[in-house]
Design a protein around this ligand. Structure first.
Ligand SMILES: C[S@@+](CC[C@H](N)C(=O)[O-])C[C@H]1O[C@@H](n2cnc3c(N)ncnc32)[C@H](O)[C@@H]1O
Length: 335
């Protein structure tokens, strides 16, 4: 897979990342530096059992442009316009109305025959920022789908602002029957507003490539303590309970082995469950918004092979230190 560019190996005296398990020998890790779309287009169809994605929300579009676009859709005759940042759409605004959406997109089919562009057009009328975000994500998700093995699973990690749009669009793109779960990762850290319910969770949408063939090992997953251990027999309490779709898990502790200093680092415990449930030792795991490399560190410690991609040199450096056994592939410079 290391097709282009230079290949280096991380230094051997650096600290190791995730704690290794007794069960499986460490898996290989390949780190690619470069824009993920170009890199993953070079990977073979169906070659990954788990794909975990934690994309950034802000894809670089200046905020003023989103506002400008919303205004430019305002018809001269004063018809309703979509909500503009910082403004309330008003009590009678219909967020699903496409009134004023001058550029009606052509209808396209999703992987399983849904009217996908029409749906996207409706969402565009509601929130320009999401349209921009989806424009960035859509081709990458299409590639993710191509890369998933028949028994594979896609985990898309989002925050509460994006999750609901993404669910609707992914249902259209992949097929609603491929939707497996909405995982809620709940944490309780940091300041709490007194103006609304403090938001302390992320959402992870889970889709399988084939509802009849996907791999899911609930017994292989780390268990968690019962909330009321006194209500179950001692041996059950000792063993712990199977996690549900709500995962209470601390953020990465500010001190300790796991902390890399990378700002958006996710906790190993969350990734460990994903990898344990949806892959076997020897399977291949892909994360093409890899950041500090949490997915790779965990997958490798669990005996899976990992492929990681990021376009930020700082992320590559953090991953090299975290996974000294990794092979680093730098994309060849454009001529
Ligand atoms: C939210 S962070 C991922 C954090 C990661 N889950 C962790 O535990 O450290 C998103 C990452 O995506 C990377 N990224 C954003 N756009 C990219 C692109 N087009 N190609 C490759 N990487 C990209 C950023 O550099 C950033 O490191």
């Amino acid at each position: 897979m290391a097709a282009q560019g230079s290949v280096t190996r991380g230094s051997d005296d650096a600290e190791t990342g995730a704690a290794e398990t007794d069960a499986a020998p460490r898996g290989a890790v390949e780190i690619h530096e470069g824009d993920n779309l170009g890199v993953i287009r070079g990977f073979a169809d169906g070659s990954f059992t788990v794909i975990y994605l934690d994309p950034p929300f802000n894809t670089g579009r200046p905020q003023e442009k989103a506002v400008e676009t919303a205004r430019s859709r305002t018809p001269q005759n004063g018809a309703d316009r979509g909500p503009v940042d910082g403004e309330s759409p008003g009590p009678h605004a219909d967020p699903w109305s496409s009134a004023g959406d001058v550029a009606r997109p052509l209808v396209r089919r999703g992987f399983h025959g849904r009217d996908y562009e029409r749906l996207r057009g409706d969402l565009r009328a509601y929130d320009d920022r999401f349209d921009d975000y989806w424009g960035f994500l859509e081709p990458r998700l299409e590639e993710a789908w191509r890369l998933l093995a028949d028994d594979g699973t896609l985990y898309l990690h989002l925050d509460y602002r994006e999750a609901h749009y993404a669910k609707v669009l992914l249902d259209a793109l992949f097929g609603r029957d491929r939707f497996l779960n909405e995982l809620i990762w709940a944490y309780d850290y940091g300041a709490k507003t007194r103006k609304r319910w403090p938001t302390k969770h992320d959402t992870i949408l889970v889709y399988v490539k084939d509802p009849g063939r996907y791999w899911f090992d609930s017994e292989g997953v780390d268990r968690e303590p019962y909330m009321a251990p006194g209500l179950v027999p001692p041996e059950k309490a000792e063993r712990g309970k199977l996690p549900t779709d709500v995962w209470w898990h601390t953020i990465v502790p500010t001190s300790g082995r796991e902390k890399t200093g990378y700002p958006t680092q996710k906790p190993e415990g969350v990734l460990r469950r994903i990898v344990q449930a949806s892959s076997r030792p020897g399977d291949r795991v892909l994360d093409f918004f890899a950041g500090s490399g949490t997915t790779g560190a965990v997958a490798s410690a669990l005996g899976r092979d990992a492929v990681l991609v990021d376009d930020n040199p700082a992320a590559i450096e953090v991953m090299r230190v975290r996974m000294p056994h990794a092979v680093v592939v730098r994309a060849a410079a454009a001529s």
